[in-house]
Design a protein around this ligand. Structure first.
Ligand SMILES: [Zn+2]
Length: 92
């Protein structure tokens, strides 16, 4: 997967691949994912969650992929990235 070399925020820093604890809410439940892949800028510290991993996580957190059930839930991630949209509708 190709990535921009420089940080989108400060334009001078280089995002480095690392891991951090990812937080997301599923309605009133706080979900934490330790060691979640992300890119952190070495200058401004901007954190961007790995889009591919987010997609995988959303698949895991969205059981509606296989089994339709009446209860609706929404997962909202913290990523400010325009690429990595974490907003998703899920049905439990
Ligand atoms: Zn930066």
């Amino acid at each position: 997967m190709e990535r921009v070399e420089y940080c989108e925020e400060c334009q001078v820093g280089i995002p480095h691949f690392t891991t951090a604890t990812y937080f997301t809410w599923i309605e009133d439940e706080l979900i934490t994912v330790p060691d979640f892949p992300c890119w952190v800028c070495d200058v401004c510290g901007r954190r961007e969650w790995d889009a591919e991993s987010l997609m995988n996580l959303n698949l895991i957190l969205s059981p509606n992929a296989g089994k339709p059930q009446p209860r609706k839930r929404t997962i909202t991630g913290e990523s400010k990235s325009t690429r990595a949209k974490t907003r998703r509708s899920a049905v439990r």
